[in-house]
Every structure is written in C-alpha cells, then in structure tokens.
Design a protein around this ligand. Structure first.
Ligand code: DO4
Ligand code: MG
Length: 285
C-alpha cells in the first residue's frame, strides 16, 4: 500500500482503491505495525473515486516527510566506491572510499532537514560554486522511532563531485544545501522487506532527449538494510522516526554534469517514479 502526502492531507492507495485519511503525518507513519493499521483504516473508510484521487495527486504531491531528519549511507555499491576513488585521486583521498567499502562500520552522514527536501515534480538545486554535479538515485527507508523499517521511498541525494573530490572533508558542503535532497513520490508501506531483485532506474533528460540512463537492482548493495539501520540508531534517538538514503547505485560517466533544466527521473519497482527538474537557487544565483 502507498501513502501520499498531499496538500489536503494524506491519501492511501490500497488494492486499487484510494482513501483520504484523517491523521497527522508524523504520528501516523511512526505507528507500530503501520501496515496493519492502514489495512484496518481502509476497511473502515469509504473510498474516493478515481477522478477525485487524480485531482488530489495531479501535480500536487508533497514529499512524504514531516519533521524527520534525513540521513544517508555512502559507498554501499561498488559503482559509488569506484567513482569516488576516481574523483578524489588528486586529493589523495581515494583510499578512504576503498577502506569504508570493506569496513564493518558503514559511512553514514546527516543529509537534510525537511525544509531542504523537494517532492516529486519540484526543483532540486545545484550549487553555483560547483562545476561537477550529479543526482544520486537511492532506495530510501523510513524507520520508526523503535528502529523498525516501516516503509520505502525513492531518494535523490544531489551531490557536488567537484567539491567532494577536492577534499573529503568538504563532504557536508558537497551534500547539504537548499533542495539538495528529493523524496517521493509516496511511502510504500509493506509487511515484507523490499525484494532484492527490485530494479532502480535513472533517466536524465536534456531538452527532451535522454542524456543518461542506466539501471540496476537493490541486490547489488553490499550491506543489508538492517545493518545500516542498526548503525544509525545505535547512539541516536529519532522521536518521530528518520529517513535513511541507502547509497547510490548509479553514477553517470565522469564527463557528465547536470545543467539547469535537466529532468531527473528515478524509478524503483513497486514504489513509483520521482521526477525533479534541476535549477540554481534563485536566491543565490
Ligand atoms: O562518500 C561520500 C558519499 C557517498 C554517497 O553519497 C553514496 O555512495 O551514495
Ligand atoms: Mg549518496
């Protein structure tokens, strides 16, 4: 079942029917056994028509986040390790990525507060002081305050490769700025863990033409989702839960950098497609 955060509240999609749920986002998604609760709610609520559902969703979907923090894991796929070793070769930082890929402790970093997160259909930004920028398509977990993975969404961990490549200590500046993260389109709430064979695909369009595309599967991730969650929750409390991006699985070739107007489409099987347009922050142009 899928939960959408919309301008007028919360929309639940379940078994080809849609329902408007009268609840508050943070307390709803943080509930224990969210899937069981949503099943009960759908049995007790009158569905809305397909027409009304489309009116609620068309161009009006908000990111599926309330007041949670967004964290991110890094170097969880070979592609990410290799790309980072290449971009940091001149700074002498390449071995950091090699080591963290094999170490028991994963790389985890703070990514965003909700204010900096875009939803599907909205703009994400590239930094004006960065000449090499990429989107990072990432399976993203919603973990409740008890540390249970309750749902999945699609994340885009926008990154400056030039800033991170110059010096690994610049990572927070490469990763954290206005609209440097996108989440959406919905929260997939499932009782079973997401299947390893679930596909992740990214297409980047420039002037309507495909400038880059590639795909892989969740099973290529080196670490397990519970391992990442365990490290994140080991010394931090998240009273309304947290989102955790699980690392990028696709990296465009080194010759590629994003430009304003590019459209990034990230699809994960069973969840949907997150679509964002690249822009410069009008306040900082
Ligand atoms: O090590 C830097 C960041 C890695 C990252 O964001 C990723 O692998 O997705
Ligand atoms: Mg990333």
């Amino acid at each position: 079942m899928k939960l959408y955060k919309i301008a007028k509240g919360i929309l639940l999609e379940h078994n080809n029917s849609a329902y408007i749920i009268d609840d508050e986002w943070d307390s709803l998604i943080n509930r224990d056994d969210l899937a069981g609760y949503l099943q009960l709610i759908s049995a007790d609520t009158t569905p809305i028509s397909a027409e009304v559902k489309n009116e609620h969703l068309n161009g009006k979907i908000l990111p599926p986040i309330g007041s949670q923090e967004v964290w991110a894991a890094g170097v969880t796929y070979l592609k990410s390790r290799d790309a980072r070793m290449e971009e940091s070769e001149n700074s002498g930082g390449a071995s950091l990525y090699d080591k963290v890929y094999d170490a028991p402790r994963p790389e985890l970093f703070f990514k965003a507060i909700a204010q900096r997160v875009a939803g599907t259909g909205a703009e994400v930004y590239i930094r004006k002081d960065s000449e090499w920028n990429v989107p990072e398509p990432e399976l993203t977990l919603f973990i409740n305050s008890k540390g249970n993975i309750q749902g999945y969404t699609i994340g885009n961990d926008m990154s400056s490769r030039s800033i991170e490549g110059e010096n690994a200590l610049y990572l927070p500046q490469a990763k954290i700025y206005e609209k440097s993260a996108a989440l959406g389109p919905c929260l997939l709430v499932a009782t079973e863990p997401i299947a390893g064979e679930s596909g992740i695909k990214m297409i980047i369009k420039r002037n309507g033409e495909v400038a880059y595309q590639d795909a892989t599967t969740v099973s290529r991730m080196k670490r397990s989702l519970t391992e990442l969650t365990g490290y994140l929750y080991s010394e931090c409390d998240f009273p309304v839960g947290a989102f955790l991006m699980t690392g990028t699985c696709l990296v465009p070739p080194p010759t590629f950098t994003l430009q304003p107007g590019d459209v990034v489409e990230i699809t994960i099987d069973g969840i949907g497609t997150l679509v964002n347009t690249i822009a410069l922050n009008p306040k900082h142009k």
